[in-house]
Design a protein around this ligand. Structure first.
Ligand code: ATP
Length: 516
């Protein structure tokens, strides 16, 4: 039942995103292309605002973080050095009856999540029964049914973890069989063996007559930062600790593309590599974990929607890793990864390129290969989390329903819409005057079509924080009504006061100040 509701919520969000110009399926008139999407007129604004928030938080607030923009195509040896050619694989499994393909690790992780659901249900049931006197922590450690679920979850979890660490594909299949995991489509256990599948897209560069070269579309932006480490460090005279930030497209040939823009084959990442002294990486890891969570929470979408998830299987390059997960309609899901990547990448590039990639630390009077903390967040996943968290079908006192996006105001595609009450008596000209006053600082719209009520609804649906209405009184005393999106309250204010009023709510400055 809950599952059906979750799917319905996501479906509604997907169709709302399309109807209001946020996200369109790619190549739609040709029936689309799997897991590729286009951003529409409102989507691109929201996306740009997310990127601006991240970029400013990294490069404006830290005098030791600078940005770059490296090319998508890179020398193919880079991907050999980084380990992606040999190890950027997902374990895939097919169901012979439905002919559907799955990630074996995801099937098992979903099974583990079922135990977690059972535990949470027991806790919720007991909380209802015992009321205020309920001690949830005590219940979790003593209730026999909870303990039984915990034991079963841990058993599965440990077996899964061992199989992943040993890269034991046969054992992954055995777990799927032992736990009776069935294909959601066919409902059968008629599984193939588990195989590894490399996620990188390959293409050719140069004409064949000249001898073409196989190149990859980058599966992460991070390597563009590592191979520019010396360039930036030297030309920027950067001293450790320092960071390099980058926003750009990444490509992964995902086996199973589902859940809208959560898992795409072409997506955008915002990554920052922070270079530190060897031995200090775990201290910085802890610091960046907190800083990144703070960045998310400052948007005011609700602190309870976030949690950390520490990794069981560390990537080949990491000595600590965690995800920041966000509560989507389909459960808590990763939005950002924070990884302590050791000195793996720089050492590998030193080895494969034959160039010395080290840093001379004047304070220690010695050279070393810096260690790296990475923060890596998907723009599209962030976009989805904001959309899911903001979407509301709100029942109104008059019996109607309005669909409203409670977007963080600073990120809203349109900040204010100015509307003449009627299309005559000079009101449109006055409204245009106000747009012309505001448009240099804020994305504004002008709307004179349909009733005021309808115009408000249209702006609610795209998350516009302010609607400004020009009426006959405006011509007399230069005041307007300003309507607030979330409360729907209206107040009469002087036109001259509009910029300050809007600025207080939508300025990036106020948002960024929460981070320092
Ligand atoms: P997942 O386990 O969900 O495949 P990942 O752990 O492989 O993700 P990372 O390699 O850590 O992801 O990438 C960093 C971030 O990039 C993720 O937190 C996510 O926000 C984003 N990302 C990764 N893959 C995709 C994708 N296919 N579509 C959209 N965003 C993605």
């Amino acid at each position: 039942m809950a599952q059906v509701k979750q799917e319905e919520t996501l479906k509604k969000i997907v169709s709302h995103a399309k109807e209001y110009g946020f996200v369109f399926p790619s190549s739609e008139i040709y029936d689309g292309l799997g897991a590729v999407y286009d951003y529409g007129q409102n989507g691109v604004e929201l996306k740009n605002n997310i990127k601006r928030y991240w970029w400013s938080a990294m490069t404006l607030l830290h005098d030791n973080i600078v940005g770059i923009d490296s090319a998508i195509f890179m020398h193919p040896t880079i991907w050999k050095a980084s380990g992606h050619v040999d190890a950027f694989n997902d374990p895939l499994i097919d169901n012979r009856d439905s002919k559907k393909r799955y990630r074996a690790d995801v099937l098992i992780e979903d099974e583990i999540a079922k135990f977690d659901d059972k535990i949470e249900k027991e806790v919720a049931k007991a909380a209802k029964r015992f009321g205020d006197s309920f001690d949830a922590a005590l219940f979790r450690t003593t209730n026999p049914r909870v303990l039984e679920h915990v034991a079963k979850r841990d058993e599965l979890h440990n077996r899964y973890k061992a199989a992943m660490e040993a890269n034991d594909l046969a054992e992954l299949k055995q777990i799927i069989l032992d736990y009776g995991i069935v294909c959601p489509i066919s409902g059968t256990k008629n599984w193939t063996d588990v195989r590894q599948f490399n996620l990188m897209f390959k293409t050719e560069m140069g004409s064949t007559a000249d001898g073409s070269m196989n190149v990859y579309l980058r599966p992460e932006t991070a390597q563009g930062i590592f191979v520019n480490f010396l360039n930036v460090q030297k030309t920027g005279r950067m001293r450790i600790p320092f960071g390099i930030a980058q926003i750009g497209k990444a490509f992964r040939n995902e086996i199973v593309a589902r859940q809208f823009i959560f898992r795409m084959r072409e997506f955008e990442q915002m990554e920052m590599q922070f270079f530190v002294r060897p031995g200090e990486e775990l201290k910085w890891f802890a610091q960046w974990k907190e800083a990144r969570l703070k960045w998310h929470k400052a948007l005011g979408m609700g602190d309870e929607k976030y949690r950390f998830h520490d990794h069981d299987k560390l990537a080949h390059y990491a000595n600590a890793a965690t995800d920041i997960e966000f509560r989507m309609p389909f459960g808590f899901k990763e939005v950002e990864g924070i990884h302590s990547r050791t000195n793996f990448d720089l050492s590998q590039h030193e080895k494969y390129s034959g160039k010395k990639i080290q840093y001379f630390d004047p304070e220690l009077n010695q050279s070393y290969t810096p260690y790296v903390i990475e923060t890596s967040i998907g723009v599209d996943r962030m976009f989805l989390s904001i959309l899911c968290s903001s979407y509301e079908e709100q029942a109104l006192d008059n019996g109607e329903t309005r669909v409203v996006l409670h977007l963080p105001k600073q990120l809203a595609p349109v900040k204010a819409c100015v509307m003449p009450l009627v299309r005559k008596d000079g009101l449109p000209d006055k409204a245009r005057e106000i747009v012309n006053m505001l448009k240099f600082d804020y994305a504004c719209q002008y709307d004179e079509k349909d009733s005021i009520g309808k115009r408000y609804r249209r702006q609610d649906a795209v998350g516009t924080p302010f609607c400004i209405t020009v009426d006959h009184q405006t011509l007399e005393d230069n005041t307007v009504t300003i309507r607030h999106r979330d409360s729907m309250e209206q107040e009469r204010v002087a036109i001259a006061d509009l910029p300050a009023l809007i600025d207080k709510e939508v300025s990036f400055k106020e948002l960024l100040k929460k981070l320092v």
